[in-house]
Design a protein around this ligand. Structure first.
Ligand code: ADP
Ligand code: NA
Length: 329
């Protein structure tokens, strides 16, 4: 069976964008693939993480995945730092990848910002660790957003160079998994910006931990324009905030934007926001409640992650053992 590797960073403030853009799609992959879901805490520390927050964020991310429908019995859910093959293989890949390749990574340039000299070495080598995450399981498919496409290309380049350098046909070249039209959720305060965990304003995002009152307040205060909803998608041109709310509604109800507009076109946003609140609460509340229930019991989450790590290790160790032999260790 084809194998998928998906990773998410435990860096807090899980929001509706993470759910609609990533977690929900992963849930759907479970029926067609053998899935390896990884809480990538080694990636998270490429920028500073407060240790107690990191510990809590690891459990929160795992809880959100289980609450959303990831099945840790049928598939593998674990924490990257608990499986040493990731770090070991990443080192070998650091010696396969070329500095010039890493220099071309646009995400490093964005994340390091102007003060590049002061970025961690880990942030620079991040794509090499990502290659190890994927290839330690010989994963065949990786769901990637726009921002990770270049990193997956690098993974393929590392797989090819490793095979060439050592004269083996060992690593597969994993393919990106295109998950239909990606739902890009925008900030509730500014339709030109992505909804993001790092936005300073909590009002800009719908957190997966928000209660119904908070959701209602955030949606009521979401930025819109004074016009009513158009009756066709073309009428959303130049109205990013309106488009965002309608897109969220469509995604959560498994409808397309045209259907939503056929139903709500011509109405005012005040009324539509009430309908949207109802949908968001209906879809998120069961997940939020289950997350809270799971988070109240650290021993359960920790046991799931520990068992997942054992199963991940059982796949990765034999592959790593072969790699070491190939390399000459
Ligand atoms: P953030 O962008 O908030 O820092 P991450 O980079 O950790 O979050 O993203 C985790 C996953 O969620 C990625 O697959 C990413 O593509 C997806 N994602 C993050 N923000 C959004 C968004 N606003 N809309 C759709 N998907 C998103
Ligand atoms: Na991102």
């Amino acid at each position: 069976m084809e194998r998928v590797f998906s990773g998410a960073q435990p860096t807090g403030n899980l929001h509706l964008g993470n759910y609609l853009g990533a977690i929900r799609n992963w849930v759907a992959l479970q029926k067609d693939f053998e899935c390896i879901f990884c809480v990538v805490d080694l990636h998270a520390i490429t920028v500073w993480q407060e240790p107690n927050e990191l510990r809590s964020n690891i459990r929160e991310l795992a809880a959100s995945m289980i609450a959303s429908g990831i099945d840790p019995e049928k598939h593998v859910l674990f924490n990257q730092s608990q499986v040493s093959a990731h770090a070991e293989l990443a080192w070998i890949f650091n010696c396969v990848a070329r500095i010039g390749w890493l220099n071309r990574m646009t995400q490093f340039k964005e994340k390091a910002g102007k003060n590049r000299e002061n970025a961690s070495l880990g942030l620079y080598a991040y794509p090499s660790l990502m290659a190890a995450d994927i290839l330690a399981y010989k994963a065949t498919h990786v769901p990637v957003g726009e921002d990770q496409k270049q990193h997956l290309e690098l993974t393929r380049d590392i797989a090819i160079k490793f095979n060439n350098d050592f004269g083996v046909e060992f690593f597969p070249q994993p393919d990106p998994l295109i998950l239909g039209p990606a739902t890009r959720v925008m900030s509730l305060r500014d339709g030109s910006k992505k909804m993001s965990k790092s936005d300073a304003s909590d009002m800009s995002r719908i957190n997966m931990t928000d209660d119904a009152d908070t959701l209602a307040k955030k949606i009521r205060k979401a930025k819109t324009d004074p016009e009513p909803l158009p009756s066709e998608a073309a009428g959303l041109e130049g109205r990013p905030e309106a488009k965002n709310l309608i897109t969220i509604y469509a995604a959560l109800t498994d409808a397309n934007v045209a259907d939503v507009l056929a139903e709500h076109g011509g109405t005012q946003f005040s009324g539509f926001k009430q309908a949207l609140t109802d949908v968001v609460v209906e879809k998120l509340a069961p997940i939020t409640e289950e997350m809270a229930r799971l988070k109240a019991d650290n021993t359960y989450i920790d046991a799931v992650l520990a068992k997942g790590a054992e199963r991940a290790d059982a796949i990765a160790q034999p592959i790593l053992k072969e790699v070491k032999e190939i390399v000459g260790f």
